[in-house]
Design a protein around this ligand. Sequence first.
Ligand code: BGC
Length: 751
Amino acid sequence: MRKILLISTALLCGFVLSACDAGQYETEKTGKMVEVSEAKIDSLIGLMTLDEKIGMIHASSSFTSGGVPRLGIPELVYSDGPHGVRHEHGRGWHALDGYDDRSTYLPVGINLASTWNRDLGYQFGEVLGKEAKDRSKDVLLGPGINIIRSPLNGRNFEYLSEDPFLTGKMAVGYVRGLQAQGVASCPKHYAANNQETDRHNIDVIISKRALHEIYFPAFRDVVVDGDAWSVMGAYNKINGQYTTHHEYLNNEVLKGKWGFDGVVVSDWASVKDTREALIYGTDIEMGTELLRDFDNPVYEEFYLANPAKEMIESGEIDEKYVDDKVRRILRLMYRSTALSDHGPGQRNVEEHQQVALEVAREGIVLLKNDGLLPLDKNEIQTIAVIGHNATRKYAERGGSSQVPALYEITPLEGIRNLVGDDVEIIYAEGYEPYYDESLFADITGDAASQSRENVREVELAQSANQELMEQAIEVAAQADAVIFVGGWIKGHEGMPWGQGTYDAEARDKLNLKLIFGQEELIQRINAVNENTAVVLMGGSNVEMENWLSDTPAYLHAWYPGMEGGTAIAEILFGKVNPSGRLPMTFANAHTDYPSHSIGEFPGDGTVDYAEDIFVGYRYFDTHDRDIFFPFGFGLSYTTFEFSDMSLFVHDDIVRVQATVKNTGDREGAEVVQVYVHHKNPSVERPIRELKGFEKVHLEAGESTMVEIELDDMAFSYFHPDQLEWVMEPGEYQVQVGTSSRDIKLMADLER
Ligand code: BGC
């Protein structure tokens, strides 16, 4: 699939859009022209009819928006998604059969965030850019940067963190790496899109302070620091208005305060009103909702198609609004490779698979280790690998983020590859996804909104398969060690539409209880074999109070991508020293989280974010609540010591220095985390907030001095009445630690 050829530039020089027109300066990375001649764009707009302009501001197929053939302006071509280029859809709504669309399946967003390694963020984006370009895509729909407000959100795996600073910094690398390849990023979903239940209509009731301190900063970072060329609006409303055409979000904040001159793309079918979309900043309407006939869609009926044209022609809305949208789209085209042959891309190369492996290695988090790990294959004759997730593949699952992976190494394969013939491996499934469909007989429809009904039935249906359990216990009892691989399931299979226990788009989980009898299974395995390591997958935690204390080792693997099985095995057997750190707090039940205990989730028509800015550790730490594993936490096979903290103030910058030493006997990586604490604030503030981090790799015995800079924003809060960021003069403490609950060094300062 390729777009209409450009009309000869020699023939129509000065009028036709062509790559030779672009440019005042070049990017450092690629040498590709990025700056745009605004005058050229204006003259081009001057040549367009209203119909042609309108054609550019809405979808022309499932993943394209319109071009202007007469002027050589091609369609813009999009692809999901955040962690790999999605299946080829052609112009229709279903993945094409027999198409060469295999791609690299990178670990999911929360896995990337768990690396706390900015360079990997850049490399992740770079891989996506090269692969998207290889398939002639102009816009890649990612990264997903919504804040993890509740552990139940079915899309948390696509997102990065409960913390805006970590989210923003990791996403900036991703955006830069991607765009350096000439492919536009489209960070999503702007904003406060934190649940899937009732996702098309839920109205988020939220303060401006919470928006600016928690839900906006990552978007600000990707726009201001990352130079994102587009941003995707969300489905939900905020305080009564749909976010995709929200006056405050788009016009005042994004395009106003942050100076965003790129394109606001709607989520698929998130536009709900022509007038609002015209004047409140939606630039392109994409979607599905108006497709009465999927095979013969009538794109002219979209809100930003004929209805928009009529409003302009009747004089109700000024044409300048349409011109502004077209101007932004043309800008994106100039900035990206949309106007060229895209240049050579690269796909499924070893280098990309290596990035997938590195992100998995650094993003899997070791949470508990009583000394069982790393396993020594020379001391083990038989290993029992137990659990459905040991063999399940996840690339083509979960909704729009699915990837047609070239291959995917499961944990069982990874373990087999690593131990070879040295160790006997016995596999038992232990549990299986099972639903008694008769319990769901009455449930129909696209009803994420119905997912709260029949909760009891869903829980009942998640029962254990006793036969598989008995087989697994027998196997476990005979083995020298057990590796249990379980947790959540990514995908929709088996579940009636609208019900949720999976990690999947368009639905949320019901609670954090281990599904399909896994809790009992782990307890029974622990009882027969004391050398049991538990590996869980999932876009969130699970309830741990009934199995963790008897479990010697626990590794949280998220969904670690096509090389995930390799990385899990390497960590279990010590070939790789784990260095992932949690990007979200692991409490026990979902009801412990502030979104549930103070605010609401998932609400009913409206959802009140009454916990306000106290999301994640900002709540758990400020109110000293019991949790299992804090934000920022993760174990290593070596040990680190922190010393010699100093603060240097130069004008508006505070430089934090500290020395980290690897005091163990093997190489490893530590994440130095800098938190800021305001000692006597005049308004309520979290006890500490992450404002800097650096991952350092150190050989055994090696030490290094880490330096992290804090600017005024690190000390500021969003004033609830003045509605501005304010740095309040006073006493602050800068804290250096290895998690939000393990502060190693601290120093006071006046600001
Ligand atoms: C999702 C987006 C996705 C789009 C296109 C929507 O339903 O919310 O994240 O990019 O579909 O597939």
